[in-house]
Design a protein around this ligand. Structure first.
Ligand code: MN
Length: 128
């Protein structure tokens, strides 16, 4: 079984690109387009890794991170931010909010999947 990856992102272009790249490398994806839907999907599907935008409708990415990382089961799921934040200190703030790492926008199709794979825990039998 390949790792199932949840993408929480309200920008359709970015969502489509991340979905396409992960699927192309054999990873099944789940998607949500706002924070609340993202949390509901985590509860229902328990993905192996979560990629989360910061600026989201209904609940922003930092709040999603706070809730997941205070949950007894879901805090173990690797959680990556995708963000265009570029100011000094933003990375530290994201990690303080509970993210395990982040990937910068604009997304780089050449390296995106490799960056995600660094955060997949345990043995993965990747297909294809
Ligand atoms: Mn957004």
């Amino acid at each position: 079984m390949s790792a199932r990856i949840l993408i929480i992102e309200d920008n359709p272009t970015n969502l489509d690109l991340m979905t396409y790249l992960l699927n192309a490398f054999g990873y099944p994806t789940l998607t949500a387009q706002d924070g609340e839907e993202g949390l509901e999907t985590v509860c229902r599907e328990v993905p192996d890794l979560i990629i989360c935008d910061i600026q989201l409708p209904t609940m922003d990415g930092r709040e999603v991170a706070r809730r997941l990382k205070s949950h007894p089961q879901f805090h173990r799921i690797p959680l990556l931010a995708v963000t265009a934040l570029a100011m000094v200190g933003d990375r530290a703030r994201l990690l303080a909010a509970g993210f395990d790492g982040y990937i910068a926008k604009p997304l780089s199709p050449e390296t995106f999947v490799q960056e995600v794979e660094k955060f997949l825990v345990g043995p993965q039998d990747k297909q294809g």
